[in-house]
Design a protein around this ligand. Structure first.
Ligand code: SOE
Length: 393
């Protein structure tokens, strides 16, 4: 294997810039078997791609992802574009024998997710790695929660309570973005942030969601149009044209898990006061874990095997060297942030390419999340009827 992993990032928005930062940081803090290097950044707008490349110290930029994938000096393609382009780019990259890291949700519908999964399975047999970017798996505190659950520390799981709360759409004047267009984003809060909760719930518990009953709500169905470069949180001027919102602002659903646990999920972009509260609490018959991204370095752990007088949640600061990923960073107690999740994701991707670990989540797992999203939509369209999730892996 060459000592370098030459990467092309496709996409120059929030995620493209975040991934560019992560690839640069990963080898500086982690000892990696292969040195990742982003050699080209591609985007639909040539100037924007050139600006972003220069800011992140990437030698080349392009406005043509197809020619980038075809280059013979590219080993891996990192897809950071809106969901409507994931399948086309991933299929082309896998076909060309490139390793692929694809942002979440894997696709905009189950059919595309399945095509990507089939292509990934064929490519994997030729030594190619395909991984979906559910970045929260790489939060040290959440990875610690998984370790505790695997060790049996919370026992048999009965409840999963997951909320992903954002508030950037609370104001009816908050502008339209591609995230509010069903053709580009697939769905709204459900697929953008609810997908994280679904992935985390299944990854943490090791169980699969087998049926759901849900409701979707769009509170504001038209919004002013603003240049997308302003990004999340921007505002349009008076008299701006408007665009119809074709996705949900909020989603809520209950879920049954394969191990008998009961889940309750809420995903919304209208939870006033919550900027990015990705929360999950899992209750078992021996204990419980609770996590809130607003305090991402903390894991709350309740040990129900202790004497009654010592029970209740206690806070673990997940920054000790023995905690997942944490040892590569700062002395204990000095904390990590959102960008570190992406650095850890890059680290795991590189290690998977080098054959040291298995890439996770696989496209198959991410397609499983897609099936659950589709089932929630189907349920919401039929008065919250309970829908079985087909093809649970
Ligand atoms: C916007 O809602 C967003 O950037 C999501 O797309 C990300 O996946 C999440 O981590 C933060 O919020």
């Amino acid at each position: 294997m060459s000592r370098r992993l030459r990467i092309a990032i496709i996409g120059t928005g929030f995620m493209g810039r975040m991934h560019a930062h992560a690839w640069r940081t990963a080898p500086r803090f982690f000892d990696l078997p292969v040195e990742p290097e982003v050699v080209v950044l591609a985007g639909s707008d040539a100037q924007r791609a050139a600006d972003a490349a220069s800011r992140f110290g990437i030698a080349e930029s392009s406005d043509d992802w197809r020619s980038v994938i075809a280059r013979d000096d590219i080993d891996a393609v990192d897809i950071c574009t809106p969901g409507d382009t994931h399948a086309e780019i991933a299929l082309a990259a896998l076909d060309a024998g490139r390793h692929v890291l694809c942002e979440k949700p894997l696709a905009n519908d189950v059919a595309d997710a399945d095509r990507m999964t089939d292509a990934a399975a064929a490519a994997t047999s030729r030594g190619v790695v395909a991984m979906c970017g559910f970045s929260y798996r790489r939060t040290p505190a959440l990875a610690l929660a998984r370790r505790l659950i695997e060790e049996g520390r919370i026992g048999r799981i009965r409840h999963v309570r997951a909320q992903y709360l954002q508030d950037w759409l609370t104001d009816p004047e908050a502008p339209f973005t591609w995230r509010l267009d069903r053709d580009r984003a697939g769905s709204g809060a459900l697929g953008d942030i609810g997908a994280h909760s679904i992935d985390a719930a299944q990854w943490l518990t090791g169980a699969r969601i087998t049926s759901v009953s849900g409701t979707l709500r769009t509170f504001v169905d038209e919004r002013p149009v603003l240049d997308e470069r302003v990004g999340l949180g921007g505002r349009a001027g008076a008299g701006a044209a408007t665009e119809r919102v074709t996705v949900d602002d909020a989603a809520a659903f209950t879920a049954s898990f394969s191990d008998g646990a009961l889940g309750i999920f809420e995903a919304t972009r209208m939870a006033t006061g919550h900027r990015n509260a990705n929360r999950i609490e899992i209750s078992g018959d021996r204990g419980a874990v609770a996590f809130d991204f607003s305090h991402l370095n903390d894991l709350l752990f309740a040990d129900a095997t202790l004497p009654a007088g010592e029970q209740g949640f206690r806070r673990i600061d997940a920054t000790e060297p023995e905690h997942p990923y944490a040892g590569a960073w700062w002395p204990a107690g000095h904390g990590l942030g959102y960008e570190h999740l992406f650095t850890h994701q890059s680290v795991d991707f590189v290690r998977a390419v080098a054959g040291e670990i298995e890439a996770h989540p696989s496209f198959a797992e991410a397609a499983g999340v897609q099936r659950i999203l589709a089932a929630v939509e189907e349920s919401a369209a039929s008065d919250s009827r309970s829908i079985r999730v087909e093809g649970v892996i």
